[in-house]
Design a protein around this ligand. Structure first.
Ligand SMILES: *Cc1c(COP(=O)(O)O)cnc(C)c1O
Length: 381
C-alpha cells in the first residue's frame, strides 16, 4: 500500500467527494448572479459603471487602504505600480526567486531586470537579513540614486511577495527600504486577508497589489487592485491605468503614456459579490488549515503555519517534505488518485529569461524549491 494513501483518504473526507479535487476552485454562493444581471440590464458592462467605484471603495474599507484602484489583473497592477515609482529601462528591481512569474514579468515590462535575494525558510518570502546583506555588499548611494556597484545599474524598487498568503517580515523590509530610500511595492496578489500586526499586507510601503484571478482567494474572473495609503500616488495610479485622460466634459486630452488597465464593470460586479462572502471564505480556510495541521502533525509531515504576530489567509495550504524524493512521491501518488497537488514554483533565476540576472546566495530558496508542495485549499466543500 502506498505510504501516502492516508493523505488521499484524509483529503477526500475533508472535501466529502470521490470526484477530482482541484487545488483551488472559486465559490459563488452570494449575490454574483444578481449583480452581473444588474450590469447587463444597465448596459454598463465595460470600463464605466457603479460597480468599479463600489468595489474599489469596499476593498479600501476591507484592507484599511486610503485608496484602491481596480485594474484588469494583478500583473498590470504591478506594471503600473513599478512605472509610477520610477522604474526605468536598465534598472534593477529587488525581488525573491521563489515567486510566481508575474512578479518578474512586470519588472521586465519596465525594461528592468529582477535581482534575486534569498527568502526566509519560515515565511518563504524575501529575507530582511539577505536584503540588508545584498545592499551592504553591493550597493551605494550616488547622487541620490542607489547603484549596484557590481553591475553599475540603478536599483529602483523592492518587491517582496507574501507567498501563499503568509506574510513576509514586512516591517523589517520596510525599514530597510526606507533607510536606503528604495520604493517598496508589495506583491500581495496571494495575501488578501493576511495581516502583519494589525496592518493588511500591501500597506507597508508605497503600495501593494492584489490579484482576483480565478484561483485566488476571491475572484473577479480576471482582475487586480493597487492599494495605497498615499492619496496622491493613488490618484496617479488611477490616472495612468485609465489612459491618462485629462478630465473634461467632452475633449480627449492625455498628458502621459497611459495604460488601458481599468477593470470592467462586469468583473467589478463579480468582485463586489465575492467580497461580501470573503469573511466566510477566510473563516472556512482557517478551519481547513487547522484540520490539515492536526492531520499532518500525526503523520510527522511539516505543515506550513502562520507565524506569531501575523495572520495568514491560508490561500494555498502547503507542506514541507523531507526531501525532493519524498515530495515527488507525494505529488505522484496524490495526482494519480485525482487529487491535485503541485510543487512550489521553479526558481525564477533558473528560467531562461532571468538566468543572467544578478543573484545573491539563494540557499534557502533552493531548499524550499525542492520540498514545498501545495495541497487542495478551496472552500468548495
Ligand atoms: C496571481 C499572482 C499575480 C498576479 O496574477 P494575475 O493573474 O495577473 O492577476 C502576481 N504575483 C503573484 C505572486 C501571484 O500569485
Amino acid at each position: 500500500m502506498d505510504k501516502y494513501k492516508n493523505v488521499v483518504d484524509f483529503i477526500r473526507t475533508l472535501y466529502k467527494t470521490d470526484d477530482f479535487i482541484p487545488l483551488h476552485a472559486p465559490v459563488f454562493y452570494g449575490n454574483e448572479k444578481k449583480y452581473l444581471n444588474d450590469c447587463i440590464d444597465s448596459t454598463f458592462v465595460s470600463s464605466v459603471g457603479k460597480y468599479v467605484d463600489l468595489f474599489e471603495n469596499r476593498i479600501a474599507d476591507f484592507t484599511g487602504a486610503k485608496k484602491a484602484i481596480a485594474v484588469v489583473n494583478g500583473t498590470s497592477a504591478l506594471h503600473a505600480a513599478l512605472r509610477l515609482v520610477g522604474v526605468q529601462n536598465g534598472d534593477e528591481v529587488i525581488t525573491q526567486p521563489l515567486t510566481f512569474i508575474a512578479t518578474c514579468n512586470a519588472i521586465s515590462y519596465c525594461g528592468a531586470s529582477p535581482v534575486f535575494v534569498d527568502v526566509d525558510i519560515d515565511t518563504m518570502g524575501l529575507s530582511p537579513k539577505s536584503l540588508s546583506f545584498f545592499l551592504d555588499e553591493n550597493c551605494e548611494k550616488r547622487h541620490g540614486k542607489i547603484i549596484n556597484i557590481k553591475t553599475g545599474n540603478r536599483v529602483s524598487a523592492c518587491v517582496p511577495m507574501h507567498t501563499f498568503g503568509h506574510p513576509v517580515r514586512i516591517k523589517e523590509i520596510a525599514d530597510i527600504c526606507q533607510t536606503w530610500h528604495i520604493p517598496l511595492i508589495e506583491d500581495a496578489a496571494e495575501s488578501l486577508g493576511s495581516y502583519a500586526g494589525d496592518t493588511h499586507t500591501g500597506l507597508f510601503g508605497k503600495c501593494g497589489i492584489l490579484s482576483f484571478n480565478g484561483n485566488k482567494t476571491i475572484t473577479t474572473g480576471a482582475g487586480g487592485m493597487i492599494i495605497t495609503n498615499d492619496e496622491e500616488f493613488g490618484n496617479l495610479a488611477k490616472h495612468i491605468t485609465t489612459t491618462a485622460k485629462v478630465p473634461h466634459e467632452w475633449e480627449f486630452n492625455h498628458d502621459m503614456i497611459g495604460f488601458n488597465y481599468r477593470m470592467p464593470n462586469l468583473n467589478a460586479a463579480l468582485g463586489c459579490a465575492q467580497l461580501e462572502t470573503l469573511p466566510t471564505i477566510l473563516e472556512t480556510k482557517r478551519v481547513i488549515a487547522e484540520q490539515y495541521s492536526n492531520f499532518f502533525k500525526e503523520m510527522g509531515i511539516d505543515f506550513i503555519q502562520e507565524r506569531a504576530s501575523v495572520k495568514a489567509n491560508y490561500w494555498l495550504n502547503a507542506v514541507k517534505m523531507e526531501s525532493a524524493e519524498e515530495r515527488n512521491a507525494f505529488l505522484q501518488y496524490t495526482n494519480s488518485q485525482g487529487i491535485m497537488t503541485r510543487p512550489i514554483w521553479t526558481l525564477m533565476n533558473k528560467l531562461n529569461m532571468f538566468k543572467d540576472c544578478f543573484i545573491g546566495n539563494l540557499d534557502n530558496s533552493h531548499y524550499l524549491e525542492e520540498r514545498i508542495l501545495n495541497i487542495p485549499s478551496g472552500v468548495n466543500r
